[in-house]
Design a binder for this molecule. Structure first.
Ligand SMILES: [Zn+2]
Length: 321
């Protein structure tokens, strides 16, 4: 394997926007997006602490020094998006970090976030996957509620509150292109599954704030902004958004119905949820004609199946009553 530090995979989308493959558990899974405007930069979602050298190398390739980063923008505080925030902020002395008001305290003091992750994965895996999750100094944190706006060297960035995947989730709109940075609200869309450039999307229902009606409303709202493209953290730019949104709505309903069917399954519940999500993934493979084997599909979705099943269980335990 070549040193990731020296050769990050970068996807250039024009308009100063690019995606860096942050190599989370596999490549082409998690992107760190970069926006450059007149020598100033914003980084949208950070990946983990392990992603920071890749992001800085990608910036350097664009002639951008860490001092030229004005904003580190978090769509939400799940650790695959925000785990590297503290480490990245330590390297970018002029940056301010933006986050949904509900997420601010978790980046200032990541203790609870880490605890929740350790509860799911265990201490050893958490440390291996996320590296050291550093706090961000309170005075460097800017809260971005619904309606907040920032200027990146004159380029307006505005924020929309988009609950459904998480209650601490915002979507960012780039005023120059009208494109949206969707975080996890528009699901994931893996490039290995494209069929001759035709993309597909699958919702993420991961713990612990999945809320199907809220997620469907947030997706409607994003579409109503009429973006020509969206940038998903998992993975990169997608277009043909009305078709993808219809697929997401259908799959969100299917996840909610699956959870309902498993509601009274007792000790069998998690196994049935996992089998059910697996079935939804494999049905989608057939429907979309994904050009990968069943085995490869399950490999690509391994973590997502586990997290979607956990999120459905947690929804049944709380909001879904
Ligand atoms: Zn998430």
């Amino acid at each position: 394997m070549s040193s990731p530090e020296s050769s990050p995979s970068i996807f250039d989308y024009g308009d100063g926007i690019s995606a860096v493959d942050s190599v989370y558990e596999r490549s082409l899974q998690t992107a760190v997006h970069i926006m450059v405007e007149r020598g100033r930069a914003a980084i949208i979602d950070t990946g983990t602490a392990h992603s920071v050298p890749l992001t800085l190398a990608a910036l350097a390739q664009r002639g951008i020094a860490p001092e030229q980063v004005d904003y580190v923008i978090l769509t939400h505080v799940h650790l695959d998006h925000a785990g590297g925030a503290g480490a990245l902020m330590a390297r970018c002395p002029n940056a301010r970090l933006t986050v949904h008001p509900r997420g601010a305290r978790h980046v200032i003091d990541p203790g609870r976030l880490l605890e929740a992750t350790v509860a799911i994965y265990g201490a050893e895996t958490t440390r291996r996957v996320y590296g050291e999750v550093l706090p961000v100094a309170r005075e460097r944190v800017l809260e971005t509620p619904e309606g907040a706006a920032l200027s990146l060297a004159g380029r307006e960035l505005s924020f929309f509150d988009t609950p459904g995947h998480a209650r601490h989730h915002v979507v960012l709109r780039d005023g120059r292109t009208g494109h949206l940075f969707a975080g996890d609200t528009f699901g994931f869309s893996y490039r290995e599954l494209d069929v001759a450039g035709r993309q597909s999307a699958f919702p993420t229902t991961s713990p612990s704030q999945f809320d199907p009606p809220a997620l469907a409303r947030s997706i409607e709202r994003m579409l109503a902004l009429a973006p020509g493209a969206m940038y998903l953290t998992h993975f990169g730019r997608v277009a043909d958004l009305a078709r993808l949104a219809a697929d997401l709505r259908r799959l969100i309903d299917a996840h909610a119905a699956l959870a309902e069917r498993c509601r009274r399954a007792g000790s069998e519940r998690f196994r049935l949820l996992t089998e059910g999500v697996t079935a939804l993934v494999l049905e989608e493979r057939m429907r979309q004609g994904w050009p990968v084997s069943e085995e490869k599909t399950l490999e690509i979705f391994a973590l997502d199946i586990e997290l979607n099943a956990q999120g459905l269980a947690s929804w049944l335990d709380t909001e879904g009553k």
